[in-house]
Ligand binder design. Structure first.
Ligand code: ATP
Ligand code: MG
Length: 391
């Protein structure tokens, strides 16, 4: 079987185009590493040849692969009109059986020496389909595409790809992944710009349950389908939270929790060679996400703090969560640590100088280092396997 994928934004790249292409092919091969497949690139198209039994995994891969605008399962035939007509007829039979009554042919000819032009290819091939379906160029039930390139390709049912850039071309970021709706979407947004991500989850057992952790693990797995693999660092944060509760003014507890998370994130980012920290914050969504409070959090970050959802509203975030299939997991009712320790009247416009003072008074540095050291690391792979990593 052959699949054809169209490269997206990549084709806009200049001299380093080949690097991006190589990465896309490498990523595809990594996803299909135990399968008997051949992945090749030719003039802005990537081809995957595979066995019938691997079609499902190849399609799953193409549905999650970043860097392609679309894909289709295609029939490959000789570059001459009789073979093309035969392939179009076969494809038309399948579509007619599925109940299609009308069709349209779209032909492209990038091999310019081919004796017929695109219009002539359309006319010739449409002729063999007309016994099965009627032509309708405006609103057809199916579109049969013919591409004459280094070989000839005939396909129907092309699917939309995820677009974006191949993962790995934009360095690495550390994602603060909670069980909520926002942070997985934030991670996906950065993956889509080619950034590899490593995740960090702050767990306050027993105040946050095993189920809450399981939920984050499930989300990390979903991100691994796009990122090919991802690490999840689970940071035991109960002790730090207890100190915050005891020593910080109640109104500041959520913001101080964010500050302490940043402190660990700095260590983590350094450890894994990430060049930025990513959160799911969105301006004005909750009290800790006013511009003033976001500035406080930012002040304690030693790396660029990226907030890809900053200007999005909840509806837009939910749309992406549905697309990447994290929505159902994210809305499961297990509490996250912020809820249990949230103040009744959180501070809305925290000042950096106050934050520094409060942080200093908490004397929590040692505990923070301790929590970082006691982290548990899991690696989630594209094939759904999970590895426990020890350092
Ligand atoms: P989310 O839906 O991603 O949980 P949220 O709207 O609930 O976001 P907050 O709870 O204020 O917002 O968290 C803001 C950001 O801080 C999150 O998007 C996430 O990046 C990070 N964060 C919050 N709690 C945790 C946690 N327990 N572990 C890791 N990161 C967290
Ligand atoms: Mg949350």
């Amino acid at each position: 079987m052959t699949y054809l994928a169209k490269l997206g934004e990549l084709t806009l790249k200049g001299s380093n185009l080949h690097e991006f292409e190589r990465l896309l092919v490498k990523n595809t091969k990594d996803c299909l590493k135990d399968k008997d497949v051949q992945v090749t690139l030719h003039a802005g198209r990537m081809y995957i040849d595979c066995k019938e039994e691997d079609c499902e995994i190849v399609e799953f891969t193409l549905n999650h692969l970043l860097g392609i605008t679309g894909w289709a399962k295609t029939v490959v035939c000789e570059r001459e009109i009789e073979s093309i007509k035969q392939a179009v007829l076969e494809e038309a039979k399948i579509q007619a059986e599925k109940g299609c009554k009308t069709f349209k042919i779209e032909a492209r000819r990038s091999f310019k020496q081919f004796p017929l032009n695109s219009y002539e290819i359309c006319c010739e091939t449409a002729g063999v389909v007309e016994d099965l379906m009627k032509v309708d160029v405006h609103n057809p039930d199916c579109i049969i595409t013919v591409e004459v390139r280094e070989r000839a390709f005939v396909y129907c049912d092309s699917k939309t790809g995820c677009r974006g850039l191949p993962v790995g071309c934009s360095g690495k970021g550390l994602l603060l992944l909670s069980g909520g709706l926002d942070s997985p979407v934030a991670g996906y947004r950065m993956l889509r710009r080619g950034m590899k991500i490593e995740c960090c989850y702050f767990h306050s057992y027993p105040y946050t349950s095993e189920e809450a952790q399981k939920k984050v693990e499930d989300l990390a797995q979903k991100l691994a389908y796009y990122g090919i693999s991802t690490y999840l660092n689970i940071i035991p944060f109960t002790d730090v939270q207890m100190v915050i509760k005891e020593k910080a003014p109640e109104a500041w507890s959520t913001l101080m929790l964010r500050v302490c998370m940043m402190k660990v994130a700095n260590m983590m980012a350094h450890r894994v060679h990430a060049s930025c920290i990513i959160t799911g914050e969105s301006l004005g969504q909750v009290a800790s996400q006013t511009i003033e409070n976001m500035s406080v959090t930012e002040h304690f970050a030693e790396y660029p703090l990226l907030r890809p959802l900053c200007g999005l509203d909840k509806e837009e975030i939910i749309q992406t969560a549905n697309f990447i299939d994290t929505y159902e997991t994210s809305i499961l009712p297990y509490e996250d640590c912020c809820v249990l320790f949230s103040p009744k009247h959180p501070i809305l416009r925290g000042k950096v100088s106050d934050a520094e003072e409060i942080y200093k008074n908490m004397q929590v540095d040692e505990l923070i280092t301790e929590s970082y050291k006691n982290r548990v690391i899991k690696k989630f792979n594209f094939d759904g396997t999970v590895e426990q990593i020890s350092e």
